[in-house]
Design a protein around this ligand. Structure first.
Ligand code: SF4
Ligand code: SF4
Length: 157
């Protein structure tokens, strides 16, 4: 998590932090849930660097390009983040809420991405089956088990 997240701490739950041996989907031991990081000044580099799509959008000059407060991950229960592939957006659902992406406000955002020719990879942390939503429809994608860094790849695609 970075600054200006308000009371959101969603990414401190969904992502693996190898440096802390923290698995994806479990709250970080250093998280004051809904408040912030208890080791903010000493947090790992990947926590310093991470900005979800919602947080990135808050920096836009044009207020119309900023995602709404309701789309903050702790509220909408989905953490959107760009991937190393510009054409694929990751959408991690909060544990226990695999259908959060179907909420109208979230689905509308996904539809905007699809219109912009992106694919959106949706699923809970560490899922070995995720959904890939594109302009051609929704398909299930088999994923590898997470490696020691929490990374996963699609199988055979
Ligand atoms: S999910 Fe986004 S808004 Fe929430 S704490 Fe992480 S970076 Fe901040
Ligand atoms: S170290 Fe801090 S910022 Fe990083 S996951 Fe844990 S609580 Fe969140």
């Amino acid at each position: 998590m970075a600054g200006d997240c308000g009371s959101c701490t969603a990414c401190c739950r969904v992502y693996a932090i190898p440096e802390l041996s923290k698995p994806a989907g479990k709250w970080c031991d250093h998280c004051a849930i809904g408040k912030g990081c208890k080791i903010y000044e000493q947090r790992p580099a990947m926590c310093v660097d991470f900005k979800c799509l919602w947080l990135q959008s808050q920096d836009r000059d044009d207020p119309r390009e900023r995602l709404s407060p309701e789309l903050r991950p702790d509220r909408c229960k989905v953490v959107f983040s760009p991937t190393t592939n510009d054409a694929i957006m990751a959408a991690l659902t909060m544990p226990g809420m695999p259908d959060a992406w179907q909420k109208p406000i979230v689905r509308a955002l996904i539809d905007r991405m699809i219109k912009a020719d992106m694919a959106v990879a949706v699923g809970p942390p560490m899922a070995t089956h995720t959904l890939r939503i594109t302009k051609y429809g929704i398909e299930e994608v088999e994923m590898t088990e997470p490696d020691e860094n929490g990374m996963q790849w699609s199988v055979g695609k």
